[in-house]
Design a protein around this ligand. Structure first.
Ligand SMILES: Cc1cc2nc3c(=O)[nH]c(=O)nc-3n(C[C@H](O)[C@H](O)[C@H](O)COP(=O)(O)OP(=O)(O)OC[C@H]3O[C@@H](n4cnc5c(N)ncnc54)[C@H](O)[C@@H]3O)c2cc1C
Length: 380
């Protein structure tokens, strides 16, 4: 099927019809929990078999080869259908880096296994004392007899529960500027010397974790891009993360759940609640408009610029405000439901999940710093 030639409207209709007919009901409007691999695997493979799993990869690598405009349509239809996040570190983070910077052999080895779900990826950037200030990282990869010996610790790695591989940033040279001497390396998590420990989040999920490397031997061929020069690759990948995390999907699905609750309980009739709810809806509509504006900029070939930082702040803080109102409305029922098996409202889980959103993918304070310095040109 040639979706590249289709009009935007025809492409949107095609996706909408397919999602409406095929997304499994247990994944729709998931109450703010990333489904485990066992739950989402079938849907992942359905998308893969249709060739619709990797919208931003070129077609020769099994992707959809969408331009920025159609990419935006793809994501907005995913959001509209209430489809939750899949195990997507390979698809959206590593895949594009390999396509741009990997060797032919790396592309042949890893890309098909991302699409088949054989390799599940985690991101090993953050460490204790190296989160917002990532260049502070201390994990080392020392070259010895043609391989790297990795020592150190990674923290807060999403999808670690089922991950088979991790791409890491490690220091391969010392005595230089902090951002220099860092390399981007692929690690098989089954290698001897690796210990992983899962961390239970406030929301009771445990797909997040930390990894300890104790003299782990990694083949030199697992280096992606130039030795000592992984910082540029790492930042490439974070650019996507920034736009992706500025998408309105979290507040949008949160508002859908809040609306469904409010309508079924009649609480939206209350003028005070209705006014707060309306304010949130209007803020979300504004954010969607801003997101489309950045999408149009991408589509026309202009970069998104440092202004894009506003999206992440807006999306995550609107998400938190919606979660606050939802929990307030559900009251004790919402809190008690959290400990029941089916958790019919999902309000407390949503509240917990909304808290870290302002921290990950570049904390909001750092985004505000970018806006202040690079957009408003305020003094440091
Ligand atoms: C749910 C979740 C999933 C994550 N997944 C991954 C993953 O898959 N892989 C990975 O590598 N990492 C992951 N992270 C880590 C994430 O990238 C870091 O938490 C983030 O970069 C912040 O770093 P930190 O936790 O060290 O906090 P710090 O950098 O110590 O920041 C803590 C707080 O200090 C303040 N602060 C920090 N710097 C500034 C500044 N310059 N100006 C003003 N205030 C500031 C802010 O309030 C900030 O929230 C995840 C984190 C969470 C919460």
């Amino acid at each position: 099927m040639n979706w590249i030639e289709m009009t935007d409207e025809a492409f949107r209709d095609l996706l909408r019809a397919f999602f409406a007919a095929n997304v499994p009901s247990h994944l729709r409007n998931h109450p703010h929990r990333i489904p485990r691999w066992a739950e989402s695997k079938d849907w992942y493979l359905t998308l893969a078999s249709k060739g619709w799993l990797a919208p931003n990869w070129p077609r020769e690598h099994g992707g959809m080869g969408l331009d920025a405009g159609k990419l935006l349509i793809y994501f907005s239809e995913i959001e509209r259908a209430g489809i939750p996040r899949l195990y997507d570190m390979g698809l959206y983070m590593l895949g594009p880096v390999l396509i741009r910077h990997g060797t032919e052999e790396q592309k042949q080895t890893y890309l098909p296994k991302i699409l088949s779900g054989k390799h599940l990826w985690a991101q090993g950037y953050s460490e204790p004392e190296a989160g917002s200030d990532l260049a502070n990282l201390r994990t080392t990869a020392t070259l010895k007899d043609g391989e790297f010996i990795v020592n150190g610790q990674k923290l807060w790695s999403t999808f670690l529960d089922d991950a088979t591989h991790m791409y890491i940033l490690a220091r391969t040279k010392t005595g230089t500027r902090k951002q220099e001497g860092i390399s981007f390396i692929i690690v098989d998590l089954a290698s001897p010397g690796i210990t992983r420990r899962l961390i239970k989040t406030l929301a009771g999920q445990d797909e997040l974790g930390e990894v300890f490397f104790d003299n782990v031997r990694v083949p030199y061929e697992n280096l992606v891009g130039p030795l000592h020069n992984g910082w540029g690759l790492a930042k490439d990948l974070l650019e996507f993360e920034r736009l992706n995390n500025g998408s309105p999907k979290l507040p949008l699905s949160a508002l859908n759940l809040l609306t469904a609750y409010g309508v079924s309980n009649g609480v939206l009739q209350d003028p005070w609640i209705s006014s707060r709810f309306t304010q949130l809806r209007m803020d979300l509509e504004d954010q969607i408009t801003a997101y489309r504006y950045f999408g149009e900029r991408l589509k026309s070939g202009k970069g998104v610029g440092p202004e894009v930082s506003i999206l992440k702040v807006w999306s995550t803080e609107t998400f938190q405000r919606i979660a606050d109102l939802f929990l307030e409305l559900t009251g004790e029922e919402g809190i008690e439901a959290y400990w029941s098996d089916d958790d019919p409202t999902g309000a407390l889980r949503m509240f917990f999940n909304s808290r870290p959103a302002t921290i990950y993918a570049g904390c909001n304070e750092v985004q505000r710093d970018i806006l202040a310095k690079r957009v408003l040109q305020l003094p440091g």
